[in-house]
Ligand binder design. Structure first.
Ligand code: NAD
Length: 462
């Protein structure tokens, strides 16, 4: 019998219902099944490698090497395959004397049916990376890639449709309306990557069904540069992290707080790096990406007026090109310094007293990443102890994302929850507490009549 589907909402509801039935059948609880699915995903990605890289180039003009950064998901799959058994194993915990004789365990059980919504800047890996956690933890998943990276969304849909049945993993393509229709449904978890503003909308929708959320959001990630540094290396690492993907990286250094003593030399060194990386005309460099669309281009172009452009500032609307740009003298309340930049524009501020730099950071929303360049361990520690951010990287930028053992996520306005490695498995699992009692013995200390038992009760419980 053919089922007639009249509306997108009906189609969504139907996929969710099928996934619920599939999950309830219990197949995903089997570790071998999960392993096989991870292997299938790995093979499918390898087979479509060229199309994925090409799609990323079409959507963002991503240089080939930067496309391959998204292929790091293959390593994530290997890591999950290697550790799945130990992650999923029930963990024995100690029991207090009052429970004797008993044993206690934590079981990691799959949450059920989960929704993953992705952004456009790393449109492939930011869908696949959480999916790896969802599969490893034994869930059924609906994926909603960003409509603003349409070529990647198409390749991703083909890849998933060719590899998994929709009752297990399905892609629903579409924009805001589709996203809203999905959010109106009841899921066991929603994993969202995107901006803070939309993150609030997602959480509000999730609250209606009491659905737990992971929100991987953005923000202004500061980069403090002390005077005690290797200037050349510092400039190289900042330039790479900032202008990678034309600045459209959630953990790109958003702005620099440079020690007054080295600010001039630092600027000269960054200018030199930009020339070394992208030549005298970055527009003709094969290694520099483009802005995702006209709306983002216009927003970024508007920010160029918020300070003194000391390098770059060239824009070509027809090519969605904005050159790597350095800006000084930006007012703290200007849009450039108030909003997440998310483009190839780097404002450089100076400080003469570290306390002031820390106070500036603490007067703002908690960032997703914080960068410290300093050889001085006391300064590193002082900043670490007196600021709060999703993560910190000392003497480099962006590289913290590549350590599987480090949970990746924000705090405050930059997000809720985390993933990567075991954190992904935990995010998509429920930690079920189980106490097993024995019938062998039963001390009478807790049962009525309570007369004469208070003394013993106090001894055991206080
Ligand atoms: P976005 O918030 O605009 O969109 C993300 C997703 O939400 C898309 O799939 C989109 O279709 C959907 N969406 C948009 N409007 C919606 C609405 N009103 N209701 C429901 N769904 C809606 O984000 P973006 O522009 O795609 O990505 C850029 C942002 O994402 C930046 O702020 C960046 O810092 C952040 N980001 C964070 C991380 C991280 O890991 N923390 C990674 C990448 C990007």
């Amino acid at each position: 019998m053919t089922t007639v589907i009249n509306s997108p909402t009906e189609a969504i509801a139907r996929v969710i219902e099928q996934q619920r039935q599939f999950f309830n059948a219990g197949k995903t609880k089997d570790l071998d099944f999960r392993r096989q699915q991870l292997e299938k995903l790995k093979t499918a990605i390898k087979q479509k490698e060229e199309q994925i890289i090409a799609a990323l180039h079409q959507d963002l003009c991503k240089p080939e090497l930067e496309g391959y950064i998204e292929m790091a998901v293959l390593q994530d799959i290997n890591y999950a395959l290697k550790h799945l058994k130990s992650w999923a194993k029930k963990k024995k915990v100690k029991t207090p004397l009052t429970q004797f004789p008993a044993s206690a365990y934590i079981y990691a059980e799959p949450l059920g049916n989960v929704l993953i919504i992705g952004p456009w800047n790393y449109p492939f890996s930011l869908i696949i990376s959480p999916l790896i956690g969802a599969i490893a933890a034994g869930n059924c998943t609906i994926l909603k890639p960003s409509e603003l990276a349409p070529q990647t969304s198409r390749v991703l849909t083909e890849l998933i449709n060719d590899t998994f049945p929709p009752e297990y993993i399905a892609v629903i393509e579409g924009g805001v309306k589709t996203s809203q229709a999905l959010l109106a449904e009841n899921f066991d978890h929603i994993f969202f990557t995107g901006g803070t503003k939309i993150g609030k909308i997602v959480m509000e929708a999730a609250a209606k069904n009491l659905t737990p959320v992971t929100l991987e959001l953005g923000g202004k990630s500061p980069c403090i540069v002390d005077s005690n540094i290797d200037l050349k290396e510092t400039a190289k690492r900042i330039t790479w992290g900032k202008f990678l993907n034309a600045g459209q990286t959630c953990i790109a250094p958003d702005y620099l707080l440079a020690n007054k003593q080295i600010k001039t030399e630092l600027i000269a060194a960054i200018k030199q790096c930009i020339r070394d990386f992208y030549g005298d005309n970055p527009q003709s460099s094969p290694d520099f990406a483009r802005i995702i669309n006209r709306q983002q281009f216009d927003r970024l172009q508007g920010l160029l007026a918020d300070g003194t452009v000391i390098l770059g500032g060239e824009t070509k609307a027809e090519d969605l090109y904005i050159s790597p740009t350095l800006i000084t003298d930006a007012a703290l309340d200007s849009p450039l310094m108030a909003e997440e930049i998310f483009g190839p524009i780097l404002p450089i501020l100076e400080y003469d007293n570290l306390q002031n730099a820390i106070a500036l950071i603490n007067s703002r929303s908690k960032p997703l990443a914080l960068y410290i360049f300093s050889k001085d361990k006391d300064i590193q520690e002082q900043i670490l102890m007196n600021t709060s951010s999703g993560g910190v990287c000392i003497n480099d930028t962006v590289m913290q994302v590549g350590v599987n053992e480090l949970p990746f996520g924000g705090v405050g306005d930059s997000g809720i929850g985390s993933y990567h490695g075991k954190a992904s498995f935990d995010t998509f699992s429920h930690q079920k507490s189980v106490l097993k009692k024995s019938f062998l013995l039963d001390f009478n200390w807790r049962y009525a009549p309570y007369a004469d038992k208070l003394g013993l009760f106090k001894k055991l419980t206080q």
